[in-house]
Design a protein around this ligand. Structure first.
Ligand code: CUA
Length: 351
């Protein structure tokens, strides 16, 4: 009995040490905020993502506890019952232990039921968080996945953008998610779970940012060769900033004043660009295949939000789009360096 107690005490100490070691290793990593790192579902910026992150933490704690108990018992058994010099012949042969077998059947069943209850509760929290009464009416945004970029249309304001979705903090955004071609999946980890984008189907998802910021996202459904280059950014701003943004987006493109930009506009209309892109206010620029470029230079990124909107990157892109992004539907138009320079000058006026 004495020996047993001593062993049990030692086991408890060993398991406790293992728990402490694991917590020391993982807790700082979990708590570490990485403002410039990749978007993380563990740094929620919306009530919906917070509910998902909370469920993840609870499940992780349960799973880590199971891992520690099982691995701890294995280590203890291997150490305590190892073969020693004085041992001779086979150890006692044991078959069956009803109490133990009931225990290891009931315990996992209880854990699975607990996980089920927690998951249902998280789902309810997500619905409650998304639908909770907020000042102001929800804003509708049509999210359309294309190979390989995201289009965002605001039917209430008659504007369309690509790569970047701007929303006011605190307002419920009613996303109507669909696809123009294959199946994509809308995912901004800090704001929402994943929602499939399918042609002919509109999937609704409610989004609400709880603080301002740029929240990057990524298509989360393998959709072809440039799936990895189908990014997006949700920019959450104040109501005033949002109103100003809507105003800036609502107008047609201003006629360029400088010669280089004027030449650029002519090339845009004659070289084939207008057949695939809308620029409101420019005759003939009505193509729907590519992004609406009316205010392209006001966006932080382009080409599926993989390139920052800079003159250098625009020139690089125009020189040979499929070389920058494999499979790009925008072909290499074999533009001369002079044409590219004029086009870049023109695009810079589209703010
Ligand atoms: Cu679209 Cu992956």
């Amino acid at each position: 009995m004495r020996a047993f107690n001593k062993t049990r005490t030692r086991s408890v100490i060993l398991v406790s040490l293992l728990v402490a070691l694991l917590l020391a290793l993982f807790l700082p990593a979990m708590a570490l905020a990485e403002p410039d790192g990749p978007p993380s579902a563990l740094e929620p910026a919306s009530p919906v993502s917070a509910a998902i992150a909370d469920l993840h933490t609870i499940v992780l704690i349960i799973a880590a506890s199971v891992f520690l108990v099982v691995e701890g018992l294995i280590l203890i058994a291997a150490f305590r019952f190892r073969r020693r010099a004085k041992d001779a012949g086979e150890p006692p042969q044991i078959h069956g232990n009803t109490r133990l077998e009931i225990a290891w059947t009931v315990a996992p069943a209880v854990i699975v039921v607990a996980l089920f209850v927690l998951a249902v509760r998280a789902q309810q929290n997500i619905d409650a968080a998304a639908y909770s009464a907020e000042p102001g009416v929800p804003i509708s945004v049509e999210v359309i996945g294309h190979q390989w970029w995201w289009e965002f249309r605001y039917p209430d304001f008659g504007i369309a953008t690509a790569g970047q979705m701007v929303i006011p903090v605190g307002r419920v955004i009613n996303l109507q998610i669909t696809s123009a071609d294959v199946i994509h999946s809308f995912w901004a980890p800090e704001l929402s779970g994943k929602t499939d984008a399918m042609q002919g189907v509109i999937n609704q998802s409610l989004l609400r940012a709880s603080r301002p910021g740029d929240y990057y996202g990524q298509c989360a459904e393998l959709c072809g060769v440039s799936h990895a280059y189908m990014r997006l950014v949700v920019t959450a701003v104040s109501e005033d900033e949002f109103a100003a943004w809507v105003k800036s987006q609502a107008g047609d493109a201003a006629a360029p004043a400088e010669t280089a930009a004027q030449t650029g506009q002519q090339i845009f209309q004659s070289a084939g660009c207008a057949g695939c892109h809308v620029i409101r206010g420019v005759p003939g620029a009505v193509g729907k295949t590519g992004p609406d470029l009316t205010h392209v230079y006001g966006r932080p990124c382009f080409a599926g939000c993989t390139l920052a909107t800079t003159p250098y990157n625009l020139a690089k892109w125009l020189a040979d789009p499929p070389a920058v992004k494999a499979g790009s539907l925008m072909p290499n138009l074999n533009l001369s360096p002079a044409d590219i320079a004029s086009l870049v000058a023109y695009l810079q006026t589209l703010k």
